[in-house]
Structures are given as C-alpha cells and as structure tokens.
Design a binder for this molecule. Structure first.
Ligand code: NCD
Length: 322
C-alpha cells in the first residue's frame, strides 16, 4: 500500500506526534556543517507546483536534497492546466518516470487527492490545494509551538489558539484547526463576518466547540498562540472587505493590542506577510514572533514527511537516518 499525506483531517493524535517526533530528529541535520544524510539515496522526488510558491517549494527541495534524494521541480502555470484529463495526463506522465514521491501544489481543492487516486506506485504529498488543506504547514507550525512550549515546560495540548484574518480562504487555517481540534485545544476564529461567518466553524469542521469573534480585542483575550493570516485576495471571488486600509484599522495585530489582551502569547504567520495590513512590523520582528522558526522548521518537517513516505515505497529495507 502506497501512503500519502493529503491532509490533517482524519489524522490521529499519534499520527501527529509521529510526524513531529520524526521532524524533531531531523532538526539537528540542518544545524550540521555537512547538512546531508544518505537516508533517501536512490529515491526520486518530483515537486510539481501549479501555483506560485517561495518557501514551500524551496523547503521541499532542500528537504529532499538533505536526505540525498534526487529532486526535480516542475512549475506549471495554473492557467494552462485544467482539472480533469490534463491533470491526469500530467501526473501519469510524471509517474512513468518512476518517482517515489510527487509533492503537489494546486489551486483546485482536491487536486492532490485526485492524483493520489490515479497513481499506483507513487506517494503524493499535498503542498497546498486551493482553500482546502496545507498539511505540512500545519505540522511545521506544531513543531514550532512544541519547541517553544518545551522551553516553558509545557506541551502543545491545553492551549488557547486564535486564527486572525482571512480564515475563509486559508488552507493553512483549515489544516491547523484540524490539528488543534485533534489535540483538544481551544480554537478561536477571528475576523470580519464576511471572512469568518458565524456558521463557518460548524460548516467547515462540523463542531460547535470553535468560537467565532468579529471583535479582535475580544477574540485575542488570554490567547497562548495567535496565528496571523494573509488576506488571500487571489482566492476571493468577490470583495469581502471594503479595502485593506479599513481592514487593517480593525484587524492588524499590533504589539499594543497583544500586550493588553494576551500579554503571554506568541505569534505565528505562514508567510508571505503583508506588514501593516494583517500584522505590524513590530510584532513580526519582535520577541513574541516565531515566524523565522517556522521557516527553519519547514525543512525538518518536510524531511520527516518525505522520509516516512518514501522509505516505505519501493524498497523494503529501512535506512537509518541517525
Ligand atoms: C500559505 C499558502 O500558500 O497557503 N503560504 C505558505 O505556504 N507558506 C499562506 C499564504 O499564501 O498566505
């Protein structure tokens, strides 16, 4: 059976910890002078991106290379590809070259699932599909929180976490919310009613336990973790906010509001950031920001995901990554 990582929805708590514990063991590889282990030597990873990406594509590429896999990156203009036959043709063509893993980003929700269904021998990793899921981002956020809270002698369960901004169009928020629900954390969604509708949580996650706030100060109260989200203008088919200036007056996360409402909180942002729109430069560069750690951890998490999938494909023997 070929394994895939298509989403966080449906993963158990022990699945989450398996990815995190494996990632933890890879953090150290990137801190070495020689940042390479032979773990996936002889394996081939194809990163096929139908949407633009900076950090996700480069960190998958670096992750594969640090594991000694052969990696190739295929960037395909979203407009030239339509879901259906063309996507099937593309993935089957790629599979004919016998890669072990295809990492896929696509503007259509469900595209990687569709690919996984039609591939017999290749693992598929979802690197972001439409507004649906972005599982490796959720895992790297969890790893970042796990490292931070370990310094406070705490784990990542029993936290209060709030997602601020364009939750409706955010695959990062969707994947992370699934993870935090699985961990039993208190989840809040904060933003204008157009971007975080009252019934959104029940519709998207099938639960009444998620609290929705349109008032930023109220939503932030006593949070341990604040996740700032970019306004996903490319995914908005209509205007959800009057303009970005109006939006930022009410929802930009400033040090002033955090110091008052959630003085102990840390802040995450998946990037790319719009400073002054959803987050102030002071917060982004300040002591509560874990944003740089997120980027660093992206490599370790993607190494873990590639390792856990590719070591089981094709070759029965296990290769130690120690
Ligand atoms: C996110 C994405 O593409 O979904 N970025 C990322 O992968 N780091 C978030 C975003 O684009 O705002």
């Amino acid at each position: 059976m070929v394994d895939h990582l298509l989403g966080i929805q449906g993963l158990s708590k022990s699945d989450l910890y398996r990815y995190l514990d494996t990632a933890h063991s890879f953090v150290e590889v990137s801190e070495r002078d020689i940042k390479k282990v032979p773990t996936l030597r002889g394996k081939t990873i194809v990163n096929v991106f139908f949407e633009p990406s900076t950090r996700t594509l480069s960190s998958f590429d670096i992750a594969g290379k640090r594991l000694s896999a052969d990696t190739i990156n295929v960037s395909i203009g979203a407009s030239s590809v339509k879901k259906g036959e063309t996507l099937i043709d593309t993935v089957r063509t790629l599979e004919s070259m016998n890669p072990d893993v295809i990492v896929m980003r696509h503007s259509e929700s469900g595209a990687p699932h569709f690919a996984a269904k039609h591939l017999a021998r290749t693992s598929v990793v979802n690197a972001g599909d439409g507004a649906h899921e972005h599982p490796t981002q959720a895992l790297l956020d969890l790893l970042t929180l796990k490292q931070y809270f370990a310094t406070k002698k705490r784990g990542i369960e029993g936290l209060k976490i709030g997602f601020v901004g364009d939750v409706r169009h955010s695959r990062v928020a969707r994947s992370s919310v699934w993870a935090h629900l699985t961990l039993g954390n208190e989840v809040r969604l904060i933003g204008p009613k157009t971007l975080v509708p009252e019934d959104f949580a029940r519709g998207a996650f099938g639960t009444d336990t998620i609290k929705v706030y349109s008032d930023l100060a109220e939503g932030l109260k006593d949070l341990d973790v604040v996740v700032s989200l970019r306004m996903q203008l490319e995914r908005q088919e209509e205007h959800f906010v009057p303009n970005l200036d109006e939006y930022s007056k009410e929802y930009c996360i400033s040090e002033r509001i955090l110091a008052r409402q959630a003085p102990g909180c840390v802040v995450l942002h998946p990037g790319p950031m719009n400073r002054g729109t959803e987050i102030s430069g002071e917060v982004a560069d300040g002591p509560r920001s874990l944003i740089r750690n997120q980027v660093t951890n992206g490599v370790a998490v993607r190494m873990a995901v590639l390792y856990l999938l590719a070591r089981t494909v094709g070759a029965p023997e296990e290769v130690s990554h120690g």
